[in-house]
Design a protein around this ligand. Sequence first.
Ligand SMILES: O=c1ccn([C@@H]2O[C@H](COP(=O)(O)O)[C@@H](O)[C@H]2O)c(=O)[nH]1
Length: 232
Amino acid sequence: MSACQTPIIVALDFPTRDAALKLADQLDPKLCRVKVGKELFTSCASEIVGTLRDKGFEVFLDLKFHDIPNTTAMAVKAAAEMGVWMVNVHCSGGLRMMAACREVLDQRSGPKPLLIGVTVLTSMEREDLAGIGLDIEPQEQVLRLAALAEKAGMDGLVCSAQEAQALKAAHPSLQLVTPGIRPAGSALDDQRRILTPRQALDAGSDYLVIGRPISQAADPAKALAAVVAEIA
Ligand SMILES: O=c1ccn([C@@H]2O[C@H](COP(=O)(O)O)[C@@H](O)[C@H]2O)c(=O)[nH]1
């Protein structure tokens, strides 16, 4: 399986470059992509992206930008210049913010990262949404934001795999990036809207974001191989 075909993205959630590279060195870039999030990126700036790319990984820059349209678009542009494979912004930043990001990428010559909109975090359930004044089911809010994202020309969404079937039916062109993946028997941790890797793909997920079940396993390469076998 080449890097371009694998649906697996391993989250490198560590505070230092060395810890991230220690895990990356145990993984095979033909079996997974890797994701660099806020913690690692902030501590290492762009150096980690270049080093992982040099190792053969395609990188999802998961900084979930959320700001005014110009600031967000400039952040997306900087990510594109760094050569990341995927970048994301919060859909709740609104139509104009997402459209500004689309525009800045469309004006670029050369490779463009996939531009993905974050809908409702997979750690949130109905009760959490009620706490921020949204007294609706997560799926209803996800579908609202998906319609906005499609209108803005986004390439895809971050959502729970639990919403994948409904989203694929309503927005077949959007690629679905799904964290909250838990192999059977693994700890839920702070995630709430979860599915197993196989269930997620069957529901229509295009990419599975997996952190702790791989990064905190005694043998991360073995844990990745088990997920690969489950979805084969
Ligand atoms: O809705 C979201 C958006 C992003 N994430 C990120 O994915 C990984 C999941 O890690 P696990 O250890 O597998 O729970 C983590 O980096 C989150 O920041 C998400 O979980 N949910």
